[in-house]
Design a protein. Structure first.
Length: 429
């Protein structure tokens, strides 16, 4: 099977790495890929994965490439091409592709859409309002005592969410998004939610339009600094499983979230085939959905795919084909921890092209995999090319062992300005 993976981050490196292990994969491309992806080889025949210089949002070129190479199966990593309708486009040209269609992508591309859907179909979520008017938005913040979360409606690379503890902060957040347009057109409308207290977990479920298969739990660390301080990022590290939901609790949460979700999709004529990733707050009043994502989380993908025992090609093909009910997800019992190493300055502006040292030494450590996110090859040297640079991932018999192994690998890698959190998985320990 000839496979094309779309994207260039740590999530896509993890997808390529896992897909490459399948005996079904005979040739693989990644557009645009990164320096780490270019080092992967297929288990079936030893052929190298090829990176193709086509942007993830250049839909016409991606389509032309897939047609020219007679690609059998395309796997979409990031949210933007899904929101732009890449799945619909490929399917119109009879090409097999995995990911949600444009209608289903609205769950992530419009927070207003997903909030209204949750309210309509009785999914557990925060009290919220949606606004296009600044004055009305600030008034609603005041009704919550200023303790709220202000979210840009559209896609903002995981950063369009501002957490406020008082009215002054809330008004500043509304102005930043709606007046100063900090997130561009994504901030034309806002969703304002009550601030929920509890423990946040990432849930993932693979869907095929009628069936949804829940993953084990993981927990992301969104803030840039230790102790959940500083600015929001796309994610600074994660681990799986978490101790905060028992198997019974996970099944109960799946029932409260996935059943009404799938039922609502059928009622609205949304054929949801792909990955559903709800961020969930475990409150004293039960699980509440913070938001929906319509693709694998990053860095959650890194910890999930290091634990997944199934053939990923078979699973994603079943998800795209509506035959997921025939498959049982299998997970190894080990714990996986991923620590993100980011560029100095991230999530604001940051320098690029800093040489990365120690990758070979780190990769030699047992049960360790270095997933590349923002890397490139320059004059034969791997250099930084993004905000989040590497996802240093390790497996262990328990959380303490996995955490120690991940940080041991981090200690071997250097690049100018490197920053990382030192408390990934600390909440569980």
């Amino acid at each position: 099977m000839k496979i094309l993976v779309i994207g260039s981050g740590g999530r896509e490196h993890a997808l390529v790495w896992k897909l490459a292990q399948s005996p079904h994969a005979t040739q693989m491309w990644c557009a645009p890929g990164n320096a780490g992806i270019a080092q992967e080889h297929l288990a079936q025949n030893g052929v190298a994965v090829e990176c193709v210089d086509i942007g993830a949002e250049d839909l016409p070129k991606l389509l032309a490439f897939a047609q020219e190479k007679h690609v059998d199966f395309t796997v979409v990593g990031p949210d933007n091409p899904l929101a732009l309708g890449i799945v619909d486009l490929f399917e119109q040209h009879s090409l097999k592709i995995w990911g949600v269609n444009q209608k289903a992508a609205q769950f992530e591309s419009s927070k207003v859409f997903s909030q209204k859907f949750m309210e309509k179909y009785g999914l557990p979520t925060a009290a919220a309002g949606t606004f296009s008017d600044v004055t009305a938005a600030k008034k609603f913040c005041a009704s919550l005592g200023g303790k709220c979360v202000v979210k840009a409606d559209g896609l903002a690379l995981g950063k369009g969410v501002l957490i406020c503890t008082n009215q002054a902060e809330a008004e500043k957040a509304v102005d930043e998004i709606m007046v100063s347009k900090a997130f561009g057109a994504a901030g034309a409308n806002v969703v304002i939610q009550e601030f929920l207290e509890g423990i946040e977990v990432s849930l993932h479920a693979l869907c095929d339009g009628t069936t949804a298969k829940i993953f084990p739990t993981s927990q992301d660390h969104k803030r840039i600094l230790d102790g959940d301080l500083g600015l929001n990022t796309g994610g600074m590290g994660t681990y799986s499983p978490t101790p905060f939901l028992t198997a019974v609790g996970l099944a109960e949460t799946a029932r409260k979230v996935l059943e009404p979700f799938m039922r609502g999709c059928v009622a609205e004529g949304i054929d949801y085939r792909g990955l559903l990733y709800p961020g969930v707050m475990l409150t004293k009043n039960g699980p509440k959905i913070l938001e929906f994502n319509a693709r694998f989380g990053d860095p959650e993908t890194q910890v999930y795919l290091t634990r997944l025992e199934n053939d990923l090609v078979e699973l994603l093909f079943a998800s795209a084909s509506g035959t997921l009910a025939r498959h049982e997800l299998k997970w190894n019992p080990l714990t996986s921890v991923c620590v993100i190493m980011a560029s100095g300055g991230y999530p604001s502006s940051y320098p690029k092209s800093k040489p990365i040292l120690g990758l070979t030494e780190a990769a030699k450590l047992p049960n360790t995999k270095i997933f590349h996110a923002g890397t490139a090859l320059k004059d034969g040297q791997i250099v930084t090319s993004g905000g989040r640079v590497l996802g240093v991932t390790a497996l262990g018999q328990d959380l303490k062992i996995a955490q120690a192994a991940a940080y041991a690998a981090v200690a071997k890698i250097q690049f100018d300005g490197a920053q990382f959190r030192r408390d990934i998985a600390a909440k569980a320990l």
